[in-house]
Design a protein around this ligand. Sequence first.
Ligand code: HEG
Length: 147
Amino acid sequence: MVEWTEKERSIITSIFSNLDYEDIGPKAICRLLIVYPWTQRHFSSYGNLYNAEAIQSNPNIAAHGVKVLHGLDRAVKNMDKIKATYTELSVLHSEKLHVDPDNFRLLSDCLSIVIAAKMGASFTPETQAAWQKFLAVVTSALGKQYH
Ligand code: HEG
């Protein structure tokens, strides 16, 4: 059972309340597909992923980035039961989509980079610590079906 301090809760909630899903979601998923090209195999039905420009202007990819953030905000709203909240998503990613759980960490890193770039100096070490903890809990919950 994960314990959250009030400070951690307020940092996570505040990041999400200031998050522009339509901007951050697409940027994070595009980074994943460009920096770690093997992750593209899951999106073969999404149309043109030929190069970075194609990925960044692909509306299906952009929409998926927004969808992932909506998935994450369910964890923010249920911070004390993230594992239970993600039971179905974990089954989907493992048994149906066969996403290697290591890819959750790669996407988390891309998301952190995009958010840090957006927040600039306000992405303090304390903010980073709370944010990384949140993503680690999410990643572990999503990977639950694998172990
Ligand atoms: Mg996943 C579907 C969330 C990582 C590939 N992902 C989804 C859906 C959500 C979601 C909410 C929609 C589920 C539904 O339709 O019921 N994904 C999500 C989160 C994270 C994550 C929160 C990690 C933070 N996903 C992830 C990674 C990959 C991946 C790393 C592949 C590298 N997701 C993936 C695919 C689908 C989803 C291929 C199905 C998309 C489709 O049906 O078009």
